[in-house]
Design a protein around this ligand. Sequence first.
Ligand code: NAD
Ligand code: TYD
Length: 366
Amino acid sequence: MKKLLVTGGAGFIGSNFVHHWLTQHPGDRLVVLDALTYAGNMTNLSGIAQRNEFRFVQGDIGNTSLVESLLRDEAIDTLVHFAAESHVDRSIHGPDAFIEANVLGTHSLLKAARKVWLDEKTVPEHRFHHVSTDEVYGSLGPEDPAFSEITPYAPNSPYSASKAASDHLVRAYHHTYGLKVTTSNCSNNYGPYHFPEKLIPLMIVNILEGKALPIYGDGRNVRDWLHVTDHCRGIELILQKGRVGEVYNIGGGSEAENIYLVRTLCAIMDEKFAGDHALKARFRNAPAANGNPSNSLMTYVKDRPGHDRRYAINCHKIETELGYRAQVKIDAGLRSTVDWYLNNESWWRAVMDGSYRQWVAKQYSA
Ligand code: NAD
Ligand code: TYD
């Protein structure tokens, strides 16, 4: 039986991981530490928050003494670190928050883990798993081979630079102090509970609301899309069988240009609306509610500064060593994601207008 501390467990990938882990490992203890920034949302954990094996702590990973007491008091043996500022566009406009959370925050966790696990030896075995991104490897040309674990780091945005710095700190705490770490670098995730500022959920919500679909530059940038459940399965395999000190890339094997993705979402939506009067009545501003194609909303806008052209992941290592296989094909994954947003309108409206915070305040006020 493991005792996990999951940082950032109220965010997009973290909350999917919490759902996945508690379903697969019902006897395990799981504590979430999350600051509940704009991206963290307790409703992502609804259905879990009341379970005995689960505890939620609202707090900052930069609070080293809080992390130490959680590791000690809960006899945590496994730390899975998702907490971060995660949106490239925000990092361009305000890099400081990224240095604070991603670099200093990760260092605070490492210091706490070193003190409690290595100095105080509270548990016989421990593991610090660091969740990182393929963006640390920089940008690929159209013919370049996909990123592997030995591709040199070349981060281009304040976000990816802050993640790269955190990866180096994790590596250093293993080599210098003997902390038992693993790191995963994965490609762009999509799926349920994705905050509608990232490409896929933003496009879904904007189509429904009849708002412009902003395509940066020529829209030909390529990302390697990974369904969030495949990412969670990859991390689970690393925790179970991964070698200490190693890095594993996790990818979806689904490279796609942004415009392909947006056109596909538009086509899925047009299909859903066709003949569905209830949907047309719910979303009156959607073009498809009025017989127009959703792709009429596609609008080319000024490119993101320093926009990486292409990401692609070579996940041969995790496939051969740990038996990982991405299971969700992109077209099926996009369809199920559209369905999730159609079935969870109250979720995306609440996270976008911030009203879930009132609910949090009620639940967690002292
Ligand atoms: P997210 O922005 O949806 O969630 C981040 C969570 O961390 C939120 O719940 C937020 O409240 C919390 N948080 C932020 N700063 C904190 C702090 N100082 N202390 C405690 N909690 C804090 O992010 P996500 O998309 O779920 O990404 C999770 C991790 O996965 C990140 O480390 C990110 O770099 C990495 N990653 C994401 C993707 C992707 O496609 N989303 C791809 C590769 C790697
Ligand atoms: P994003 O979801 O922000 O992830 P990342 O920048 O970490 O890859 O963006 C995915 C791609 O979509 C990226 O090439 C930028 C592009 N994009 C748009 O064209 N329009 C948008 O409104 C957003 C948010 C992203």
